[in-house]
Write a protein that binds this ligand. Structure first.
Ligand SMILES: [Zn+2]
Length: 333
């Protein structure tokens, strides 16, 4: 899932109206009509939000929008976003996060779609969440995976059917996740724009098995300087050497907030993008004619660490423990 920088861009008024119409209004109606079984409707449990039967998904390859049964879509997202050989409890945590994200996208889009794909609230790649249909999975994966991995993912989704994450009774809008944090996750405002109460920096102590720990990247000093000059053409880079390339400030989760490079002061996440680093959690030094980065973890570091989730599951934690650990103050029901 790629984070769109719209955490709290105040389309908030519209959002609140939509949320009221779609969420609060039905709940109000439920409390007004307690005998809704008599109306032929499925009773809506207090505090829950009705999940639609289908979700429209924009498929990038075909350019078409497909209507997919909602829980089947969640299965295809878990298959696209997490390895099936992860622990069942980690897959269940991913299922709840994926379901919550999808429903929040539906609610936010109202009856329309996403600005980038107006025919559907979600698409099938990292812009929203990666989704693969069973037919696509059969092509991409092995027969063994379809016989063992796919049923496990189906089980993870079925056993959490309809479950969502709430913060103080409100559906969580941004259940962000990433591959691994490098030991500590980030406050949302240190990586993106807004401070969300459930996206707080927490320790992620069960990530030892994650790939991309302590990954080193060596960049020739000339290339390092050239890319900075191209990225900031109006600024005077000055001299780049071992004395002028250093970390100035780190976030509470350990990522580089500000880096000095020559005369420039650059945000760590911009350095990450510019040099294709696995994460902005890095140390840096100039050695000879090279700039040496050592990165920790993989991804933006906000919300649930997938490898940390798997490590917690291996240590005996349940999916609800995992979710309430990585999403501060949430409830799952
Ligand atoms: Zn999308």
């Amino acid at each position: 899932m790629k984070y769109k920088r719209n955490l709290s861009k105040p389309i908030a008024g519209v959002c609140l109206l939509v949320i009221f119409c779609l969420v609060l209004l039905p709940l109000t109606l439920v409390s007004i009509f307690p005998k809704d079984e008599e109306l032929g409707q499925t009773p809506v449990k207090k505090g829950t939000i009705p999940i639609p039967e289908n979700i429209n998904v924009y498929r990038h390859v075909s350019g078409k929008t497909e209507s997919i049964p909602f829980e089947d879509y969640v299965k295809g997202v878990v298959a696209g976003e997490m390895p099936a050989d992860f622990e069942l409890e980690a897959l269940k945590a991913q299922a709840v996060a994926a379901r919550t994200y999808s429903l929040s996208k539906i609610i936010r889009s109202g009856s329309g779609g996403n600005p980038d794909h107006p025919s559907a609230p979600v698409c099938d790649d990292t812009h929203c969440q990666v989704y693969r249909s069973p037919e696509e999975l059969a092509e991409i994966k092995s027969a063994e995976w379809m016989a063992t991995g796919w049923p496990k993912i189906q089980k993870a989704v079925d056993s959490t059917k309809g479950q969502l994450m709430y913060y103080q009774g409100t559906l969580v809008e941004q259940p962000l996740f990433h591959s691994s944090s490098g030991g500590k996750t980030e406050n949302s405002e240190d990586v993106f724009v807004s401070a969300l109460p459930y996206l707080r920096s927490v320790d992620s102590p069960y990530e030892a098995a994650a790939p991309h720990q302590h990954e080193q990247i060596e960049i020739p000093l000339s290339e390092f300087s050239q890319k900075l000059k191209q990225a900031y053409p109006k600024k005077n880079l000055g001299t780049v050497n071992r004395d002028t390339v250093k970390v100035l400030e780190r976030s509470s989760g350990g990522r580089v907030a500000l880096l000095q490079a020559g005369n420039l002061t650059v945000k760590g996440r911009e350095i990450r993008d510019l040099f294709g680093l696995r994460s902005a959690n890095f140390s840096v030094s100039v050695q000879g004619n090279s700039v040496l980065f050592t990165t920790e973890g993989y991804g933006h570091g906000v919300g649930m660490s997938q490898w940390g989730a798997n490590g917690m599951a291996q240590a005996g934690y349940k999916y609800t423990d995992i979710l309430t650990h990585y999403y501060t103050g949430v409830e799952v029901y």
